[in-house]
Design a protein. Sequence first.
Length: 365
Amino acid sequence: MTGPLRVTRSVVIPERELAWRFSRSSGPGGQSVNTADSRVELSLDVARTTALGPVQRARVLERLSRRLVDGVLTVKASEHRSQLRNREAALERMAKTLAAALAPPPPRRRPTRPTRGAVERRLADKKRRARTKLRRSEPRNVGGLTSSSWTWTTICGPMAGPSYDAQTALVVVDVQNDFAHPDGGLYVKGGENLVPTINAQIANARAAGAHVVYTADWHPASTPHFAKDGGIWPVHCVMDTWGAEFHPDLDVDGPVVRKGSNGEDGYSGFTMRDPTTEETEPTELAELLHERGVLRLVVCGLATDYCVNSTALDGIKQGFRVRVLFDAIRAVDLQHGDGERAIAAVERAGGEIVRTTSSEAPSGS
């Protein structure tokens, strides 16, 4: 008699519910290997045992479902020469198997806020990966010209100017003091020179009955977007400051979509991304355009490789036909060629790169 099997402090299997079966063992074992019933099988009907409560029974049946045959759990032992030692091994094996199956599930993990160091490392890794991907699309030599010397006009010839109508919207991206003024916190070289060209397009759009919409960075004083708070950018476009105002010479008369006001990355006019969780939320831009029956977008402003690029790509994803004004954009160019790669990305996504009708054509990069 072996007596009851103790699994845990509160679970004890009655001896009468344990079923034994013995057979001759194979393998090493001396002279008695083929003459004595030393091999042991111990079975327990988990579905009917009185030792388990309803919750415990359900847990064991679920966790051991692959090992059960008609609700019966069987363990085997044949590693010892004697039946007695194999019986002891089988009992121990049965107890361990049931104890593991009865163990309560681990507590649910509560989400924790990442440390500042973790955020900085993640942002640095994202920046490195983004640069690697951009380098893969490095423009090739065309007609003997390297990527540093050619422009889209060199390759494609003259590009048709934009056309405006009631189903078209001109989207003027972030022509604000911090970007477009030499004293700005994140000045884009030559940004102020775009203002006359953009104003001419605003006048053309209004004359044709098209819509004009403006986007603007509108950050709080502290945000993970800024380098001082773990981001990559100098402080810029802080709400209600001179830097966040539009360039004084820009003709502003239309709805303004502000982005980044809750600390998000405000690259795209269509979406804002939380730099900590990477979750995105839509701005009101898409709804505003759909309400006006807009089907086509003409995009200009600052900067080519960030906000203009993101706004154009998101516009394409939203189903708009998108054109980017080549001579009404400028790039930050943190890495040489970023502006060219951004334009190429818009073209690959299905956007068009066009010129204004202005005789002067500043470089898009």
